[in-house]
Structure formats: C-alpha cells, structure tokens
Design a protein around this ligand. Structure first.
Ligand code: ZN
Length: 429
C-alpha cells in the first residue's frame, strides 16, 4: 500500500516535471560537423530515460541468456536431490522392514541420482549385507573407507565383517586403522577389547579395559592371565601384584605372588600374602600352599591356627583346623571344630567326610564306629558339593583356575563356585 502510494507520488512528480519543463521551453542542441540537431529539453530527457531503460533491459536479457544452462543444471540437481532423498528414505524403510531386495533397488536408484556419498555407500553396504551378499557389502565398505569423509564408517563395517569371519589378523589391522582414523572412539576401544579377549591377548585386553568398566575380579583375572603369558619375570611379577590388588581374595593371584616371593627367598612375605588372601576370602589352595612347608603334624596345626586367626569361624577355617588337628591325633580339638562346622549349617561334603575319618580314628572298627560311619556318609551324600572352579558359561568343572574354559572356549568365566548355603541347617542324621 505504502509502496503504491510512493510510486503514485513519484509518477505525479515526473508528470509535473515534464509539464513544467515543457512550459519552461528550451532546446538541447547537438552539433556534429555540419549536422545540427535541436530537440526540446523535455524530449531530450525523455529520450535519455527511454535509452537507459532499453540498455538496462538488454543487459539483463544477456545475463539471463548466459546463465541459462547453469540454471537448468541447478534445477536438475535439485530435482535429483529431492528424488534421491526420497529413494534413501524408502531404502531406510525397506531396511527397517527387513526387505533387502527392495532396499537394494531403492539404493541403486539413490546412488544413480545422488552419486557415491557416504550415506548412499553405507546404505548399499547394509542392504547388501542384509541380502547375504557379503562381498558386495565389503566392496561398498572399501569404497567408503577410501574416502576421507567416510573412512571410519568403512573401516567399521570391514572390521565387523572380519570379526564375524573370525579373521583375527585382519580384524586387528582394521581396528588399528579405525583407531587412527577416529582416535579415542569408544566403539573402537570396545571392539579392540573384545578382539583382545578373542585372540587371548590378555595384556592388550587389560590395557583397553577402563578401570571403572570392570569389576575388581574381572580385572584381576585379566592381569593374572597376562602375567602367565608374559615371559619376562619382572613384568609377570608386576601383573600378578596388580591382579592381587584388584581382587585381594583372588586365590590364584595370591598363590602366584606368594610363590614368587618364596622363590625370591622371602618365605615370611609369602606367608603374609597367603594369610591376607585367606582373610579376604578363604580358599583351600591357600591353606595347602601355607601348610606345604610344614612336615610335622603339630607344626601344621600351629600353622593352620596362624593362617586362620583373623576368621576362625569361617567354614573353610574350621575345616582346615579340624583336618590338621585330626592328622595330629588331636581328636578332641578336631571334633570341636568339625561339629561346630556341621552345626552351623554351612558344611559341605568335605566336613562330613572328615567326620567319617574322625570316627574311624576314635571308634575304630567297632559296631558304634560302623553306625557313625554310615550316618556321616548319608549326610555327606545329602550335603552340598565342595566348591570348585567352574565355567559359568558351560558348567564344566576345572581342577584349577584357567583364563579360558577349554571346553567352550569362553574367556574369563571360570570362577570359584558352590559351597554350602549360608543359611538353613543341613540334616546331620
Ligand atoms: Zn566353558
């Protein structure tokens, strides 16, 4: 509205100026050689304005003519982009719906319209993989990896494929390249950690595991596995200590540290290590190692007392005290420990078998002895089995702790399991 009024005012002024100039009169004279042109001022001005408008229109027309092909190209590109984006969307829908053939068709269309961009290549690879054409998928991932903007995506796809094929050397190479392409990417770190576990590279797995991402026990297991793998004694020793500090109750780590301390000529430190581990989590192997040097049965009783003085009432403590006392013929002592253990309801099969041994010593081959033996054997049969190393993945029992279950090949799942329930009394008769 305001523009229209302004234009009207301008036009009015123009007309007024033209009329005024006409009224004013006057002539514009142009003389070229002998030729002499004279026009009124208003006509001269009009010719000037018209001439300017014509030149302006000519210039605009020329420019439009010159940029015509580029504009046609831009319009075509825009159309392709729109159609390509629509094809990409349809491909995504087809992928989500699990129809790889439709997805491949749409992706081919999108690639024709948009060219090889990181997302068309990625979608190509995903659609080919879903269709079970791994070679075509890897080809797309390789093309993607060759581009600076799609390198990480390409390597990621190739790495996933290498891990699926269990081609570990290729997977390790790709993981390193992916790490270089995207330093610090959490996903690469996780994959490298999984890869290290699969290739039994415990040191790498330990280095890649974030301290907060692993429980103490898992860390301890990795460190001990790495120590066993390391041929260099100083490094192996450091890893064993690391394992023990990550989980002070991890018996295999305590045994390894103690064994090394004893070999280095410090049996007292070795005993202290075993004792500390016993306090954290009593384990029969610790007692066996602790009592190993003691030949005399009475000295073994003393050693067992020293080992267990921090947690005398723990079932394992009572068991080792009862057994050593029995071996030293201290039957009163042995009976007190073993009966307390049986009465606690935390006894497993070993306690009842120790009772059988004790009654055999005390009652001998008598009628009462045979009755007692039958009673304890029945109780042993009903009691929970002794704790043991067991793969939590496949359930296979192992004689000792191993980093990998040799039955199912799972890493880090062999754990100390079983033992008596903490509550509820077990029938003793
Ligand atoms: Zn297993």
């Amino acid at each position: 509205m305001i523009r229209a009024i302004r234009l009207l005012v301008l036009l009015g002024l123009g007309v007024w100026l033209a009329l005024y100039l006409r009224q004013l009169g006057g002539i514009v004279e142009v003389q070229v050689g002998e030729t002499f042109i004279g026009v009124p001022v208003w006509l001269g001005l009009l010719a000037l304005v018209v001439g300017f408008a014509v030149v302006h229109l000519l210039l605009v027309g020329w420019r439009a003519l010159r940029t015509w092909p580029a504009r046609i190209r831009a319009r075509r590109d825009l159309r392709h982009r729109r159609d390509g984006d629509a094809a990409v969307t349809r491909a995504l829908v087809a992928l989500a719906a699990g129809t790889p053939d439709a997805a491949r068709l749409e992706i081919r269309r999108a690639r024709g319209l948009l060219g090889d961009t990181p997302h068309t290549l990625l979608l190509t690879a995903e659609a080919e993989r879903m269709a079970g054409r791994d070679d075509a998928a890897n080809e797309a991932f390789r093309t993607l990896a060759a581009r600076p903007d799609g390198r990480f995506l390409g390597l990621r796809g190739l790495l996933r494929d290498a891990m699926q094929r269990e081609d570990w050397p290729a997977a390790q190479r790709l993981a390193r390249e992916a790490e270089a392409a995207q330093p610090g990417a959490a996903w690469v770190k996780e994959e490298r950690a999984a890869l290290a576990l699969r290739t039994r590279d415990w040191r790498e797995a330990l280095a890649l595991s974030a301290p907060e991402g692993l429980t103490g026990h898992r860390r301890a297991a990795l460190a001990l596995a790495a120590a066993r793998q390391d041929g260099e004694p100083a490094m192996a020793s450091a890893l064993e200590k690391q394992a023990l500090s990550a989980d002070p109750g991890f018996a295999p780590a305590a045994l390894a540290v103690a064994r090394r301390q004893a070999a280095d000529g410090s049996p007292r430190r070795a005993r202290t290590t075993l004792q500390a581990a016993w306090t954290a989590a009593p384990h029969p192997d610790l007692a066996e190692a602790y009592l190993d040097g003691e030949g005399d049965p009475l000295a073994r009783v003393k050693a067992a007392e020293a080992l267990t003085h921090e947690n005398r009432t723990h079932p394992e403590s009572r068991l080792v005290l009862g057994r050593t006392a029995l071996a030293a013929n201290l039957t009163g002592r042995a009976r007190a420990e073993l009966e307390a253990l049986v009465a606690s309801g935390e006894a497993d099969r070993r306690a009842y078998l120790a009772m059988v041994d004790m009654d055999a010593v005390e009652l001998g081959d008598s009628a009462a002895g045979r009755v007692a033996e039958a009673k304890w054997l029945r109780a042993a049969a009903a009691a929970p089995p002794e704790p043991r190393w067991q793969c939590l993945h496949c359930g296979t029992a192992h004689a000792r702790w191993e980093p990998v279950c040799d039955a199912c090949g799972t890493a880090g799942r062999v754990e100390w399991t079983g033992g008596a329930p903490r509550t509820g009394a077990v029938a003793t008769a």
